[in-house]
Design a protein around this ligand. Structure first.
Ligand SMILES: Cc1cc2nc3c(=O)[nH]c(=O)nc-3n(C[C@H](O)[C@H](O)[C@H](O)COP(=O)(O)OP(=O)(O)OC[C@H]3O[C@@H](n4cnc5c(N)ncnc54)[C@H](O)[C@@H]3O)c2cc1C
Length: 469
């Protein structure tokens, strides 16, 4: 059953334990800090909108309408529909895509633990039928990076099973940076990395309601509660908190457990998420890189340097960056892959290469934009000054550049550049480009795994004149 917007808001009043800036927030739906994030989440429940409904929904095999985030792609068309959905969906819907990751490992899991594979399928149906949202709860605190989970000074630095009971398991630990944790219904927990036999208690995966006893969510965001649209054109409508999620001896019934000590499968769980996470990252990268081209062109034209070689060269670099990303995404979809049970997903190598290209070059792209735009990126006065009888005329006089460009338009372009690349949201985006969906190392590892190295070696040997034995 699809939820209405009112039902979603009501569902958040469930006694979940949420903190922000030292305050224990009893009802997030009434708190100013959650106003924008809840509006963002509500955009995925916009089923009454005739333009969005066909994008947001699909008919299940049972003929019932459900959110398309739950549609398992079975063909290229399904995959393209999913991408269209991702372009039109909020980050809360985006992270609910964690169920695609779970469903993609069911085949492998079934060989070892058919009961856990069944748990995944049941939880998937439960979440789909209830039109629930879920968070991707993977990244552990991790402590000393040079030591394994069981070697840490504090054994809870990776989330672990502390008790096995007849009716379920008890887990303790913390998961960090969890996008939208306070705004979802289910926390889908998975191991952050492969585990060894000694780390078996850390090889744990499950789904638990956000209001389960012992779950505590400490929030952080780049955005202040209220930002005005003129000065913050991107972030005024876009903020979403990340959660520092604590599992303080949380009981998980067996029917919600997906992994409990089968350490050889921990890596498969961790890896399954990366693909869909990075696909979302690349979609966003295509959009962001095209916007950067547009901003660079506008800011250069508005200063009368649009045809100068410095601007043309910089903008050409940005075009190459944007087009490579767009073509990579297209290639990843055209050359899709299929799991044994028929789930279609983007090409793993192409998505990892694209995400790597995006993250590895993003800061350089921002540099080009900042170089072209100049100091006003940081020092432009605010909307209130433009509207002031005393200060406004000075802004109109001294921000005049190329004939025909309105001061207000110029200011809006600068505000977009600052908000997207140089202010709190811009800073957040720079770290997100690198770390969200895993750091550069995570993509390097996947590129090594997916690339056809034997074919490359054979070509190199042929050129070197070495005959294969
Ligand atoms: C805004 C934001 C949103 C996020 N959302 C989510 C989410 O919803 N769910 C979720 O689970 N995670 C989320 N993440 C977490 C993200 O996946 C991690 O930040 C990322 O995987 C890096 O892990 P880390 O932050 O623990 O840093 P680290 O593990 O310290 O990594 C930092 C760098 O150190 C390198 N490194 C780490 N260990 C070693 C080692 N032993 N040897 C050599 N190099 C090493 C890494 O490759 C990386 O380059 C989010 C992150 C951000 C910034």
């Amino acid at each position: 059953m699809l939820k209405s917007k009112q039902e979603y808001v009501a569902s958040l009043r469930d006694g979940r334990t949420v903190f922000w800036a030292g305050e224990h927030i009893e009802d997030i739906t009434e708190h100013p800090r959650f106003k924008t994030p809840i509006e963002v989440a509500l955009s995925d429940y916009d089923y009454d909108n005739p333009h969005k409904r066909p994008i947001l929904t699909y008919k299940t095999d049972e003929g019932v309408s459900a959110h398309r985030v739950y549609q398992i792609p079975r063909s290229e068309e399904d995959l393209l529909n999913r991408l269209e959905l991702m372009r039109n969906m909020s980050i809360v819907g985006g992270v609910t895509g964690v169920f695609m990751a779970l469903m993609s490992i069911v085949d492998e899991l079934r060989k070892v633990r058919p009961d856990f594979a069944e748990n995944i399928e049941r939880m998937y149906r439960f979440a789909r039928n209830g039109d629930l949202r879920a968070a991707e709860v993977i990244t552990d605190a991790k402590g000393d990076r040079s030591r394994k989970a069981h070697e840490q000074d504090d054994p809870d630095l990776y989330l672990r099973i502390v008790e096995r009971r007849k009716d379920g398991i008890v887990v303790r630990g913390a998961k960090l940076h969890i996008t939208a944790a306070a705004l979802v219904h289910e926390l889908v927990v998975m191991p952050t990395k492969s585990m060894t036999a000694e780390e078996a208690d850390y090889a744990v995966a499950f789904s638990i309601p956000a209001n389960a006893p012992g779950v505590k969510i400490i929030n952080r965001s780049f955005a202040q509660p209220q930002l005005n649209e003129f000065d913050y054109p991107a972030s005024a409508h876009h903020s979403m908190p990340e959660g520092f999620v604590i599992f303080d001896d949380v009981f998980v019934p067996w029917e919600r457990v997906f992994l409990a000590g089968e350490w050889k499968l921990a890596g498969a769980f961790a890896g399954s998420l990366g693909l869909w996470e990075r696909t979302g990252g690349v979609l966003d990268a295509v959009e962001t890189s095209q916007i950067m081209v547009g901003l660079a062109q506008l800011v250069s034209e508005q200063q009368g340097k649009g045809k100068k070689p410095e601007a043309l060269n910089g903008i050409a670099e940005l075009i190459a960056y944007a087009e490579t990303l767009r073509m990579s995404l297209e290639h990843a979809c055209r050359n899709f892959e299929t799991t044994p049970s028929g789930m279609v997903h983007p090409n793993i190598l192409a998505i990892n290469v694209a995400k790597y290209h995006f993250a590895n070059n993003f800061h350089q792209a921002v540099k080009i934009l900042h170089d072209l735009a100049g100091g006003l990126v940081l020092t432009l006065p605010e909307e209130a000054d433009l509207n002031s009888n005393e200060a406004g005329p000075y802004l109109r006089k001294y921000l005049h550049a190329v004939k025909g460009t309105e001061t207000e338009t110029r200011m809006r372009v600068y505000n977009a550049i600052r908000d997207l690349t140089a202010d709190a949201y811009g800073g957040w985006k720079q770290v997100v480009a690198l770390q969200a969906g895993g750091g550069l190392l995570a993509q390097r590892v996947m590129m090594h795994r997916a690339f056809d190295m034997n074919a490359a070696k054979a070509k190199a040997l042929k050129v070197a004149g070495v005959t294969p034995q």
